[in-house]
Ligand binder design. Sequence first.
Ligand code: TYM
Length: 345
Amino acid sequence: MAGFKERVFSGVQPTGNLHLGNYLGAITKFVALQDTHDCIYCVVDLHAITVQQDPDALRNSIREVTAAFIACGIDPKKHIVFNQSQVPEHAELAWIFNCVARLGWLNRMTQFKEKAGKDRENASVGLYAYPALMAADILVYRATHVPVGEDQKQHLELARDIAQKFNNDFGPSIAKHGFGDAFFPQPEPLIQGPATRVMSLRDGTKKMSKSDPSDYSRINLSDDADAIAQKVRKAKTDPEPLPSEEAGLENRPEADNLVGIYAALADTTREAVLKEFGGGQFSTFKAALVDLSVAKLGPIGGEMKRLVADPASIDAILVDGAERAGVIARETMNAVKDIVGFVRR
Ligand code: TYM
């Protein structure tokens, strides 16, 4: 992006079990981007409280997501890992963005409609304003690239709209303070690969999610090898053999999902998977998927367990990350305050 240093930011909510969807849609991308970019990965606890949380469970979950990041291969020394509430500039910039974003924009957010459900009047104001906080998370670091799953696409579009409106609304002031014609970059979503939307193992038309009442609908990152193998074996399929080409996966959501999962875990394409398993029975493919899933995911659960057993070390990582994130965030907020016209220290 012209004029802006490339920087990666992304966040994960500490609201219960992390699952295969989070892993393939987001965390594997976080890991890969470390080789090419400066990365900031955030456990978004302020987002978590947009719905009610048990305080002790929330604290545990913050540590568990941090442990998952590290167990999956994120390096908190070379990059930044922290929890959102330790850097108050997120909430501060979010307020300013609440005043930039338009009601009409937020009214269009499908995730709010899904989460609020029929009882909309009873949803928290935070749940409604959530996408403005998400924009602040990204833009307080003036991040340029945001790896996420497909379900976050609309929120990213809103973040781009907010960045653009801020740049337009404050154009003359931005120029006056020496930032040229744009203070915020247009953050680019990175939504790529065969598993940007991992579906439930029980129903290929529903997204894999933490909130599904059936534990068999998802593979949790904390699952051990036996649990992983059982869930893959029990995953819903259809009676047809696997097709040899991608077109044959149309209208076969469960088959499509499992082939996508295999491709992502094996770091290859759906096409290559079908070349290998096409024409064969599901049982042969599933046996291979069990082996691959256990080999890739089994060690992560073990490492997470080892890490969460030492909460003091995890907390130290979060404090160190928050200090380094805070330096960048404060610099942005000082500039934003000058641009908006606040008197500051
Ligand atoms: P969250 O916590 O729901 O999910 C974390 C990441 O996992 C991805 N994901 C999936 N990908 C593929 N298939 C699935 N079934 C699946 N389920 C979840 C999500 O797309 C996400 O990338 N609002 C965000 C957190 C957030 C954030 C941010 C992200 C807050 N601030 C700033 C990026 C930048 C959320 O609730 O993700």
